[in-house]
Design a protein around this ligand. Structure first.
Ligand code: ADP
Ligand code: ZN
Length: 526
């Protein structure tokens, strides 16, 4: 096989006609002994980038992967193509592992998948010293980043590959890496000499859409009934309880919806996953525990009932829609409550300050995406360091442009209402004060007598609603003009940043969210 060309191997072994994107270039580089950093979205075809050189270079290719659960599948798939592959991880018995090691030494493996902790043992490294090595592939290379959500301490030590076997070409592959993470991969893995291959992360067939959360479950149901009758899809929720409740709700409404989260026993999880993969029109309601390595091409939508923590997470989760290239929807319901909860989760965690700051910055990226009045795809791709020259025409802001307005007066009212009521209340209460709502609670606090009571019924000649005031508060929070007091149950308070606005030294533009009917019930849910 060794005097074959990459293309012939692609045709004959894998049965594919032609290379995609940068595959051919990457493969040529690695075959000639070069290092590569490969950034490709999920489903982009990273595996062939090391599998084909593995077949064309003498020796065995070592693939380091943290996803133990997927190794078996990958190896099975390769064996079906007639490739001599095996894996080594903690799921094997001692005897099975010894058997694989014997094959390795005998030179009868083209590829060996291995978990990083095993690679780091001196025993295994001594073994590798005895055999010819085709290459090292470091899959999910972003796991080396201390600041990422998938950090694996063992990955940090993978620089030894370079120190110990400097002759062997290396590929680092990942689907998620913003610029700082990319740089971290390069320095930590000593990939300074590597050539970079960054594919576009654009998924043009996915339509991005964000709605203002009112009664999220009901909104989801309408969305499903309107656009996804009998389609397969995934609904993400943040907590196990929300998963259970939502699955139940959908089931009651006649939708086939199955829960999936880490609190369910392994058997139930497997059963639900199989039904999702094999039956038509099954909706998986899941926490983020679901999805890694799920290869179902015809997922027609991914819906979020809770805000993801970062744009990386959002991109990865929505990326599970429309792998077949057919139109798909990414739909998200978002409200101030999400922002408050995520801020609280981050600030209340045991992580160190630097980590929290980074998490908050990532959350800000997510919020910027939600609040933008520009093309969502442009904002999303820009976050990954990519420029889309023109608006995409396939996201909500492109399809229904958002009006913006001079919100300076309204923002001043909103801020001064926070101040007058003692910085102890949330957006719903403040909105009621601004609108001069007759309520026992307001009278009890004497806030029917503050100067801001009722001043927000009309702004610049426009009558205002609770929904609009909520939207204003949400925008002020996400833009950092006001802070959420996490000890005070989401009370809003002023910050240094609020001052220029209050003093009239600064004006701001706000997006005008489409007005919706607001009832008591939907307000409670928002
Ligand atoms: P990634 O690891 O980047 O998520 P994979 O390597 O698993 O992606 O590839 C995704 C899918 O695309 C797989 O089913 C794979 O067989 C297929 N694929 C990859 N490259 C090609 C190609 N050149 N032609 C056709 N199909 C391909
Ligand atoms: Zn767009």
């Amino acid at each position: 096989m060794h005097d074959d060309s990459p293309l012939r191997v692609l045709n004959r072994v894998f049965g594919f006609e032609r290379f995609r994107g940068a595959q051919a270039e990457i493969i040529d580089l690695v075959i000639s002994g070069g290092d590569a950093l490969v950034l490709m979205p999920t489903g982009g075809g990273k595996s062939l980038c090391y599998q084909i050189p593995a077949l064309l270079r003498p020796g065995t290719a070592i693939v380091i992967s943290p996803l133990i659960a997927l190794m078996q599948d990958q190896v099975d798939a390769l064996r079906q193509f007639g490739v001599r592959a095996a894996f080594l991880n903690s799921s094997l018995s001692l005897e099975q592992a010894r058997q694989v090691e014997r094959q390795l030494i005998a030179g009868s493996l083209d590829l060996l998948y291995i978990a990083p902790e095993r690679l780091l043992t001196e025993r295994f490294q001594t073994l590798l010293d005895r055999i010819p090595l085709a290459l090292f592939a470091i899959d999910e290379a972003h796991c080396v980043s201390k600041w990422g959500h998938d950090f694996r301490p063992e990955y940090i030590q993978l620089d030894l590959l370079h120190t110990r076997w400097p002759q062997v070409p290396r590929l680092a592959l990942t689907a998620t890496a913003d610029t700082p993470t990319r740089n971290e991969i390069i320095t930590r893995l000593q990939l300074e000499q590597a050539q970079h291959f960054v594919s576009s992360f654009d998924r043009p067939n996915i339509r991005y859409r964000i709605v203002q959360k009112a009664n999220a479950r009901q909104q989801l149901l309408s969305f499903l009934r309107r656009e996804h009758h009998e389609d397969a899809g995934i609904v993400y929720c943040l907590s196990r309880r929300r998963v259970e409740e939502t699955a139940q709700f959908l089931t009651q409404k006649g939708v086939i919806a199955l829960p999936y989260h880490a609190g369910l026993d392994a058997d139930t999880r497997r059963r639900h996953q199989l039904r999702f993969l094999r039956e038509d029109g099954v909706i998986m309601v899941a926490t983020i525990a679901f999805g890694m390595g799920i290869d179902k091409p015809d997922v027609r939508f991914v819906a979020h009932l809770d805000l993801p923590k970062s744009l990386e997470a959002y991109y990865q989760e929505t990326g599970r829609a429309g792998r077949d290239g057919q139109p798909a929807n990414a739909w998200l319901a978002y409200g101030l409550g999400d922002v408050v909860m995520l801020r609280r989760m981050i600030e209340g965690s045991d992580a160190d300050e630097q980590f929290k700051r980074l998490e908050l910055r990532k959350l800000d990226g997510m919020l910027g995406f939600c609040e933008t009045s520009e093309c969502r795809r442009q904002v999303l791709l820009n976050y990954f360091g990519e420029t889309l020259p023109t608006p995409c025409g396939n996201c909500d802001t492109c399809l229904e442009p958002v009006a913006t307005w001079d919100g300076t007066t309204a923002a001043q009212m909103a801020l001064s209402c926070i101040y007058r009521t003692g910085q102890r209340f949330g957006a719903g209460y403040l909105a009621d004060v601004l609108l001069g709502t007759d309520s026992d609670r307001i009278r009890q606090f004497g806030h029917d007598r503050v100067s801001t009571f009722g001043i927000g019924k009309v702004v610049d000649g426009q009558p205002m609603t609770v929904g609009q005031w909520r939207s204003i508060y949400r925008q002020l929070v996400t833009a950092g003009w006001i802070a959420v007091d996490l000890e005070g149950h989401g009370a809003l308070r002023l910050t240094e940043q609020s001052r220029p606005l209050l003093r009239g030294e600064q004006s701001i533009r706000l997006r005008r969210d489409p007005e919706r009917k607001t009832t008591r019930a939907t307000r409670a849910a928002a």
